[in-house]
Design a protein around this ligand. Structure first.
Ligand SMILES: Nc1ncnc2c1ncn2[C@@H]1O[C@H](COP(=O)(O)OP(=O)(O)OP(=O)(O)O)[C@@H](O)[C@H]1O
Ligand SMILES: [Mg+2]
Length: 161
C-alpha cells in the first residue's frame, strides 16, 4: 500500500522475483470508467473505488481458497478500503511503502506513459490514513534501494504466509 509513485508495482515485482509468489496489480483491476477519470486528472470517489476494491478482494479470495501465497499492489489509502480487502480474508497483511513527497515527485516526473498525473499526489496524501495498531502490517521506509525494501518486507512478513 501507499500513495502513487511509492514503488508498489516495482516492489511487488521484486518481491515476487524473490519469493515466487503470484501477483496482481490493483491498477489493472480498475473498471474502464475509473481509468478514464484518472486520465483526465479527476480524483476517484469512494463509490468509484468500491467495484475496484471488490475486484481485488475477490482476487485475494481466489488465492486464499487455493492456499496460494500472493502479493497485491494496491494503494489502499483509507482504513475502509483496507477493511474491505481484509473482510473474510484473514491472511491479508499490509506493507505500507513510505516515501517523502519530494522523492515521489522526482520519480513521477521521470516516469513515462503512466496514466496518473502528478497533480493527484496532493489529493492522495490528503486521503492517506496510515495503518492503525489493530491492522496487520507495517510501515516501511521505501526511498532506498529496491533490494533493501524487499529484504525488510521478507524480514517482517508473517512466517505462516
Ligand atoms: N526504491 C526505488 N528507488 C528508485 N526508484 C524507484 C524505487 N521504487 C520505484 N521507483 C521508480 O519510481 C517510479 C514509481 O514506481 P512504481 O510505478 O513502482 O510506483 P507505484 O507505487 O506502483 O505507483 P502508482 O501508484 O502510480 O502505480 C518508477 O519509475 C520506478 O521505477
Ligand atoms: Mg503501480
Amino acid at each position: 500500500m501507499g500513495v502513487m509513485g511509492t514503488g508498489k508495482t516495482s516492489v511487488m515485482k521484486a518481491l515476487a522475483g524473490r519469493l515466487g509468489w503470484a501477483t496482481a496489480d490493483g491498477d489493472d483491476l480498475h473498471p474502464p470508467e475509473n481509468v478514464a477519470k484518472m486520465r483526465s486528472g479527476e480524483p476517484l470517489t469512494d463509490a468509484d473505488r468500491r467495484p475496484w476494491l471488490e475486484a481485488i478482494a475477490s482476487w485475494i479470495g481466489e488465492r486464499e481458497t487455493a492456499s496460494e501465497p500472493a502479493i497485491v499492489a494496491c494503494s489502499a489509502l483509507r482504513r475502509t478500503y483496507r477493511d474491505l480487502l481484509r473482510r473474510g480474508h484473514p491472511s491479508v497483511w499490509f506493507a505500507h511503502l513510505v516515501v517523502p513527497p519530494a522523492v515521489i515527485v522526482s520519480r513521477v516526473e521521470r516516469r513515462q506513459g503512466h496514466y496518473m498525473p502528478p497533480a493527484l499526489l496532493a489529493s492522495q496524501f490528503e486521503t492517506l490514513e496510515t495503518l492503525e495498531p489493530d491492522e496487520p502490517g507495517i510501515a516501511i521506509p521505501a526511498d532506498g534501494p529496491l533490494g533493501e525494501i524487499v529484504n525488510e518486507i521478507v524480514r517482517h512478513v508473517p512466517r505462516s504466509m
